[in-house]
Design a protein around this ligand. Structure first.
Ligand SMILES: [Zn+2]
Length: 86
C-alpha cells in the first residue's frame, strides 16, 4: 500500500472536451503544434491526456496540416519552411 501512495499521476484531461469552443482544425496549427514534438512527431494520447475521439480527429488534422505545409514532417522541413516565410 505504501508504494502505491508514491505513484499518484497528475489527472490528465482532454483539452478539447474541457473547451468545446477549441477547434481541431488544420487551419489552426498553433493548437496542433501542442500535440506534435519539435521533431514533428504526434505526441501519444497517454502523454497528452486527449480522449480517443479527439485524438483520432487530431491525428487527421495534423496530417492534413502537414500536407498544407502548416506543420512539418521532420526538423529538416521546418527549417525549409522558415527560410521560405522569412
Ligand atoms: Zn475529448
Amino acid at each position: 500500500m505504501a508504494f502505491r501512495k508514491k505513484f499518484t499521476p497528475k489527472r490528465k484531461f482532454c483539452r478539447f472536451c474541457a473547451d468545446k469552443n477549441l477547434p481541431i482544425d488544420y487551419k489552426r496549427p498553433d493548437i496542433l503544434r501542442d500535440y506534435v514534438t519539435e521533431r514533428g512527431k504526434i505526441i501519444a494520447r497517454r502523454i497528452t491526456g486527449t480522449c480517443a475521439k479527439h485524438q483520432r480527429s487530431l491525428t487527421t488534422e495534423i496530417k492534413r496540416a502537414r500536407q498544407m505545409a502548416l506543420l512539418f514532417y521532420t526538423t529538416v522541413h521546418s527549417t525549409e519552411v522558415k527560410k521560405k516565410t522569412v
